[in-house]
Design a protein around this ligand. Structure first.
Ligand code: MIG
Length: 747
């Protein structure tokens, strides 16, 4: 298809490379980020993940000789040759990534007889390997590992697995080698002894990424349609790659402080009485809680933006009452609008032509979701997003403070939406095959903008489906997990990979959504989730009640201990989210991110770091009361008893049912608050500093935790040094009311 490299032309930061059969554009975005665009589909395509032009002026050299072009920045050289062979090298000349010369080794398909026999025994055969419309093969190193890719199931290191990007609503058990879940984040970090690099494939059509599952010689990217639009990112360390990726696709804005607190939910709190009862029990049991969230039960026949006044009391009453006790209101909103003449959302949408259309009849396209026959807002259009955003006024007027977006893959009950259902991206008419993976993205955007306009606060939006870049608008949760140990085990790799992929505000349904949880599983789950930035227990209709008090006093006491611990660490978590706006680094991090030369961290699936200074080793198997913990280089202090350990070794740690091993890195200062029943119960006017040695350093960020005034400088940034038993406080920025007291506590 490409053939010989014929010539090239340089203009500004672009190099247009002409092959016999194809044009390729190389764009130098920064010294370390190079975009390679093969416009197989469209040249004037605009990215959805990357808003605006990220390129900065860069000095780079272009040289060419027969069949070769070399593009050299201060950090990376891309050499392109005939047949679109390429290699990225660093300044030292080390190859970071190169194209694979051979073809895919697709195995022969099974005979009909074999298929029949296998099916007779009950095997479900997948479609098997097949060539994709677009394919790009890369050389695979023997020791190459892969991290990132969003919410994909399985382990931290994605080597040996094959995944797809096609947002999928999967109520069945999310097993380890599932091709796809709800989110499409085609970003991966490759790491080996020789090289660290990042790849982002900006293409929203159904795509594939195989990281050494099919072959030990190559890994590949494939797509059904669209362009090859690849961003190559170089960097000394994984942290640099994350910084580059989030530089391109954006960073999560600082959330309201309360949104980081604990939330209780259930699909199947069927009335205001249920909600009141749960709220009361939360306070009676002294388990800190910010919201008892409203799942689809609160609506009138699942019509979005309505409120069931029969079962949920007159509009605003319940919310206002609970607000007196510190509860904030968060409700679910699905995209599907019920087909129902006389219902305002349906009528307005029809009148203004806001819904997707059927390609054949050109009528409004109808499928089925919770409300029965439903239609799909065309969120890619700015006017539809404005309408949707403004529609939240009814809820905001009732006191709603956060919105939880579900079913936006988009899900459909009467079979998948056909690829050719007509949607738009801005003014351009296109179809479902392009829009599918960004449907949740555009819905989140609409919700964020609407809530921001209506409340003036930093919006809490939680979405199930999304694409690269959605982190600018929404937090996420990992969808319908189940009450099984394998899903508790998956929490760490899944949230770590989501964090690496730009989503620092994330969580799993604590206790498991589907199925019946049990006392030990729930206990270990709340422990493992202690540092989650979206911290919610949620359970599906039809299963046993999942609030902690249903499992007796011991579970309730341990549960409270960890929810309180979460509130103790809230300022540390918030500081990390502040930092994330600058570096893109997540709150919850795999050890390999900070100890990338230490092979003990390469495949460490059951420990995580919170920032750089807290190491958490959750227990994720039943019956386990001692566990092995790997401590990387440095001195680590057991949070529970102050015992000190030299890192670079595996240790055995007691982990009775009420204990999850937590270690703090010596030399750090961890800011902490007193636990409260909810954020806002009393002013946070005392800061506690946990100091961890004779010579410690830390910083802390403080603002009003609610609105956008911090962008106008209304915040404090402290730096702390603790030396000779004395604390030195420096204000790097002063713009907010300072603490009355800063107290040192020694670990
Ligand atoms: O098909 O709103 O993932 O959190 O409770 C079920 C009901 C629809 C799926 C979400 C889940 C939510 C449930 N929803």
């Amino acid at each position: 298809m490409f053939g010989k490299l014929v010539n090239y032309a340089v203009s500004d930061n672009e190099v247009a490379v002409t092959y016999e059969g194809q044009q390729v554009t190389v764009k130098v975005i920064t010294d370390e980020i190079i975009r390679v665009l093969v416009p197989l589909w469209k040249k004037d395509y605009e990215s959805i993940a990357i808003e605006g032009d990220p390129s900065v002026p860069v000095d780079f050299e272009v040289t060419g000789s027969e069949g070769t072009v070399e593009i050299k920045t201060g950090a990376v050289t891309l050499t392109l040759k005939d047949d679109f062979q390429f290699v990225f090298t660093n300044c030292e000349g080390t190859t970071l990534l190169s194209s694979y010369k051979g073809k895919r080794a697709i195995k022969p398909t099974l005979s009909d007889t074999a298929v029949k026999l296998l099916e007779a025994e009950g095997h479900v055969l997948d479609e098997g390997q097949k060539p994709h419309e677009i394919e790009l093969l890369f050389n695979l190193r023997e020791d190459e590992r892969f991290y990132g890719l969003g919410d994909k199931t399985g382990f931290l290191n994605k080597r040996g697995y094959s995944y797809e990007n096609w947002n999928s609503d999967i109520p069945q058990l999310h097993h380890e080698n599932m091709p796809a879940l709800y989110k499409s984040i085609p970003f991966v970090i490759g790491a080996s002894a020789d090289a660290t690099y990042g790849l982002f494939f900006d293409n929203t059509f159904h795509s594939y990424i195989d990281m050494g599952c099919e072959s030990t010689e190559y890994f590949f990217y494939g797509a059904d349609d669209g362009n090859i639009d690849m961003y190559f990112m170089a960097g000394e360390a994984m942290a640099d790659i994350i910084e580059h990726y989030t530089y391109l696709t954006g960073r999560a804005p600082l959330p309201q402080l309360w949104t980081l607190g604990y939330h209780q939910c259930r699909w199947g709190y069927e009335s205001a009485t249920d909600i009141r009862d749960i709220a009361t029990k939360m306070r009676e049991n002294k388990i800190p809680c910010e919201s008892v969230q409203y799942d689809i039960d609160y609506m009138e026949v699942y019509r979005v933006f309505t409120w069931d006044e029969t079962n949920y009391e007159p509009k605003g009453q319940l919310i206002a009452d609970l607000a007196k006790d510190g509860f904030k209101a968060v409700c679910i909103i699905d995209p599907g609008v019920k087909v129902d003449k006389g219902y305002f959302m349906y009528d307005q949408g029809v009148e203004n032509d806001y819904f997707a259309h059927d390609p054949e009849t050109d009528e409004i396209y109808v499928n089925e979701v919770w409300p029965g026959d439903s239609v799909y807002p065309d969120f890619g259009r700015a006017d539809v997003r404005d309408w949707w955003g403004d529609s939240h006024k009814k809820l905001v007027d009732m006191g709603m403070q956060g919105i939880w977006n579900d079913m936006n893959e988009p899900a459909s009950f009467r079979g998948p939406l056909p690829d050719d259902v007509k949607f738009h991206i801005e003014d351009r008419l296109t179809d479902h095959s392009e829009v599918h993976n960004v449907y949740g993205h555009f819905m989140s955007m609409a919700t964020y903008e609407g809530m921001k306009k209506l409340t003036g606060k930093r919006p809490l939006v939680i979405t199930r489906a999304c694409y690269s870049g959605t982190q600018k608008y929404s937090a996420i949760w990992t969808g319908d997990n189940q009450s099984v140990w394998s899903h508790l085990r998956m929490l760490t790799p899944q949230l770590c990979n989501l964090g690496i992929s730009g989503f620092p505000i994330a969580g799993t349904d604590i206790g498991g959504f589907g199925g019946n949880t049990n006392p030990e599983l729930l206990t270990r789950w709340i422990q493992a989730a202690t540092f989650s930035t979206f911290f919610r227990n949620h359970c599906a209709k039809g299963h046993i009640m999942q609030e902690p008090w249903n499992f007796g006093e011991q579970v309730t006491n341990i549960y409270r201990k960890y929810v309180e611990l979460h509130y103790r660490f809230l300022p540390y978590i918030y500081d990390l989210l502040f930092e994330c706006q600058i570096t893109g680094l997540p709150v919850m991090r795999p050890l390999v991110l900070h100890y990338e030369d230490d092979e003990n961290t390469f495949n460490l699936n059951d420990e995580y770091l919170v920032g750089e200074n807290i190491l958490v080793a959750p227990v994720v198997d039943p019956g386990v009361r001692k566990r092995m913990v790997y401590l990387p280089v440095g001195t680590w202090i057991n949070y529970w008893n102050g015992a000190r350990f030299t890192g670079g070794q595996h240790i055995l740690v007691d982990s009775p049912i009420d204990t999850m091993p937590i270690f703090i890195k010596e030399g750090s200062i961890i800011p902490m608050y007193e636990p409260v029943q909810y954020v806002g119960e009393k002013p946070y006017d005392t800061l506690e500093l946990l100091v961890t040695g004779d010579s410690c350093f830390g910083y802390h960020y403080q603002d009003n935790g609610e609105d956008f005034e911090y962008l106008q400088g209304q915040y404090n940034l402290y730096s702390f040094t603790y030396e000779n038993e004395k604390l030195e406080t420096e204000l790097l920025h002063e713009g907010y009311k300072r603490y009355n007291e800063i107290r040192v506590v020694k670990l």
